[in-house]
Design a protein. Sequence first.
Length: 437
Amino acid sequence: MTMENVAKRLHTQPQEVLARLRFIGNVAQELGYPVYVVGGFVRDLLLGVEDYDLDIVVEGDGIHFAKELSSRLHVGFVKHKQFGTATLITHDKVKVDVATARQETYEYPASLPKVKPGSIKDDLARRDFTINALALDISRNNFGALVDFFHGRKDLNKKAIRALYDISFIDDPTRILRAIRFEQRFGFTIERHTFTLLKDALKKHMLEAVHKHRLRDEFILILKESQAFKCIKRINGLCGFAFIEKKLRLKKKALNTLKKIEGTYTWFRDNYPHKHKVEVWLLYLMVLLEHLDSMRLKKVFKEFAFRRSEMDAASIFKEESSAMLSRLKAPIAPSVIYKILQPLPYEVLLCVFIKAHDKKVKDKIRDFLFTYKSIQIHLNGEELKALGMAPGPQFKRILLQLLYAKLDGKFKTKEEELIYLRHNILAKSCAKNGGKV
Ligand code: ATP
């Protein structure tokens, strides 16, 4: 095993990261637990990539250690008893996962592993790739020593993704997706033998054997990558998406749409003036599944236990986007654009925006997002009451009518709004209802 000391590299980390590591190391030493940072943090430290979340492994009782840390840091912790792990969130929002070093065995392919306490070497041996099987000793006496049983350091230098053992993808086929994720994220190469093992697992349809909820979680991680499109293209070329739906393979047109998602999403995120979270992974998924028939689409969302709102968004996009695009092609008033687009989730709006090739249609969606959505009328329910109107469901209708009129430029000021209300809404509805509003 290589025993390089990377303490110097640790000193390039922000002060609070270094202090946190030393603190954790000291508490472990007091309890007599050998303690390590493992996985992504170590890999990213050596690559010079920012990554502050910590995976801590102790050769000892992980939950007891997490409890001790949480009480000394004055933060809460959540324990996952089944795996002997716990998670703390520090005051500066850094996630610290704490685990007992463990050994894993798989009873049958694609099963969840059986775990029992083990050494740090056991814990690293159960990991996916050599580059993720590195640990950093953070105990006081050995602070910064790199623990590298599987030549992960060498593979990092070689930019290689290498499995730790030959049936790795059979034991846990989600590692196929993970290999592609890291390959595309870092621009690494899946090493030759590992690639043969990966293709062999694909030939055996191992991905289809994985529990759908695990596949969903791993696939969402792919779709959240900034290189998501490249990952999708790679999966499409290698095996297609039969692990989601039989025979699903993307055609050029869908790939062209998917290619535009990252750019549109970043543009929206960086420019949209209101606070609104858009799930970029859902955009990818909606386009990926767009050409399934409606029943299959819903079945996929149910089988993978996505949320109802996510399924609805995908259905709306599938069923309604073409009709919406043709309605938006016609010269229509802002209030009509508003009525078409307002009911849509943001993810659908952005996908429709991407699918629109007509500049005028794109302009309408942009106007809706950046202008119409911010327009507000002056009056509200209270003021309608103050004007002597009896409250009821008609309030909503009246206020909406006012909003549509304002969108269409019928008035600007509150006074004009009141006049419009009297002359164009109340007068008409009074006439229609034989004198009653
Ligand atoms: P990211 O930067 O995407 O968070 P990460 O390496 O931290 O990358 P996680 O999914 O958070 O990825 O997993 C943490 C560590 O747990 C990995 O580095 C790896 O060592 C191990 N790991 C995760 N999933 C698996 C798996 N399916 N098989 C083996 N080891 C795994």
